[in-house]
Design a protein. Structure first.
Length: 442
């Protein structure tokens, strides 16, 4: 056929790449995946990612009024297309009438999924264009505070994230980063956090973590932020699905800005959403859009990366509407049960669990509690590699230090999480292989 290149199947056009996709699918089905930042995107999401929206540019935004409409109005194609013909939209490229609809639909469904604490969907302003969590965080910094100002976040070695002011990340290079830490009991000390905030007067305070395994007290963080006149960013990249399902407390209404990735516990396509609130002031709503579109990157390639957001990812984001369903809530309840059960079993078998346990989807195992006959401690990377060879994927994390315990930055812990396994409907009995392997290591 003359159009074989465009209509041929991947298996026909490139058998090698097709074979790799099948091998990867088989690997994911075969292994017990315990990486807390990974989940299983449903086939419907993956189908949406391969739609014709792949072919277009859609730089800019839909009409703001459309982004705030109820879903039935957004899906009134006759009205939306008539308005597009008459008034166009703020985008630079044309031919985006359906992209406007799908992006507005994604915004509306996100606001419905996260509405909580007395806030209605109409009061939540959503941006769905960020390509991942770190660029979304940087968009918040750029929107709300001048370069060189002070930000306050959790130390990376105590469970924080690189984009919360680490010296090797742009957030730590462009802003003066002050870090709070866990205390001797391996928990957040809110009095100590408040004291740091009063001393350093940060313009932005960040809560929400990469490996700290307890849900923050959003209300206390907002009280601290209000006391020192700071903005409060809740980074729920890991917790988004649990928050939307209502199985853990929500930062909606407490934080000035909430950021969640869509590909972790939300089980969606790769990307991130930013949420601000009408009660928080219009400066946050309008300020959040431009940095997402034209985030100040390290180079032109970085600016271009968010300057031309990917429509195919936006088409896939509203597909995850089942986050509102009873079944999805049950899935996230099971996610937490699995993580708590796993932490309990590790502790019973003599392995140290940093932070003392978990009340969310992830936990850590201190691999240095496994010591060989020559006195050499196991590293997190070694443990992750051994577990992977035994059919269970996890990830190593940097040193987890306390005021009385500090380990060199050679990945002392293995970080584990339950979203992927829970989304494939594995129950607590499925963790036995992982527990037995860890006991064998000990």
């Amino acid at each position: 056929m003359s159009d074989f290149l465009f209509r041929g199947k991947l298996s026909e056009l490139d058998p090698d790449v097709f074979a790799l996709t099948q091998l990867e699918a088989e690997r994911q089905a075969r292994k017990l995946i315990l990486i807390p930042s990974e989940s299983q995107a449903p086939l419907a999401v993956r189908d949406a990612m391969g739609s014709a929206f792949q072919n277009i540019y859609a730089e800019g935004y839909p009409d703001e009024g459309m982004r705030q409409m109820p879903e039935d109005d957004i899906l009134d194609y006759a009205a939306r297309l008539a308005n597009y013909r008459r008034n166009s939209d703020p985008r630079y490229y044309k031919g985006v009438e359906y992209a406007d609809i799908v992006e507005s639909l994604a915004c509306r469904r996100a606001s419905e999924a996260f509405a909580a604490n007395g806030y209605k969907p109409e009061q939540i302003y959503v941006n769905v264009q960020a390509l991942s969590g770190a660029p979304a965080n940087n968009a918040v910094y750029q929107a709300l505070i001048p370069l060189g100002e002070t930000i306050l976040g959790l130390n990376l070695l105590h469970g924080g994230h690189l984009s919360h002011g680490s010296s090797v990340n742009r957030s730590g290079k462009w802003f003066k980063a002050v870090h709070y830490t866990i205390d001797a009991d391996e928990r957040l000390d809110y009095d100590a956090i408040r004291a740091l905030a009063v001393e350093h007067k940060p313009k932005l305070i960040i809560a929400g973590y990469s490996s700290y395994s307890w849900v923050p007290d959003w209300k206390k963080f907002r009280e601290i932020a209000d006391e020192v006149g700071a903005y409060f960013l809740a980074d729920i990249s890991h917790l988004g699905g649990l928050v939307a399902a209502g199985v853990i407390p929500s930062p909606i209404g407490h934080a000035h800005v909430v950021m969640s990735t869509t590909h972790k516990s939300l089980d969606g396509p790769r990307g991130a959403v930013l949420m601000t609130f009408r009660r928080a002031g219009r400066d946050l709503q309008t300020g959040a859009d431009r940095p997402v579109q034209e985030i100040a990157g390290a180079d032109d390639q970085e600016r271009d990366r968010d300057g031309r957001p990917i429509p195919k990812a936006r088409i896939a984001r509203p597909v995850r509407r089942d986050g509102l369903s009873h079944a999805q809530r049950g899935l996230h309840v099971q996610t937490i049960k699995n993580a708590v059960a796993m932490a309990d079993q590790f502790q019973k078998r003599g392995l140290r669990v940093p932070f003392g346990g978990t009340d969310c989807h992830m936990l850590n195992v201190d691999c240095t509690s496994v010591v060989g006959e020559d006195g050499t401690a196991l590293s997190g990377d070694q443990a992750a590699r051994i577990l992977d060879s035994r059919g269970s994927s996890s990830t190593a994390t940097p040193s987890l230090a306390t005021k009385t315990r500090s380990i060199p930055l050679a990945s002392a812990s293995a970080r584990r999480g339950s979203p992927s396994a829970a989304s494939t409907r594995r129950r607590r009995a499925s963790w036995r292989t992982s527990w037995r392997t860890c006991c064998w290591l000990a």
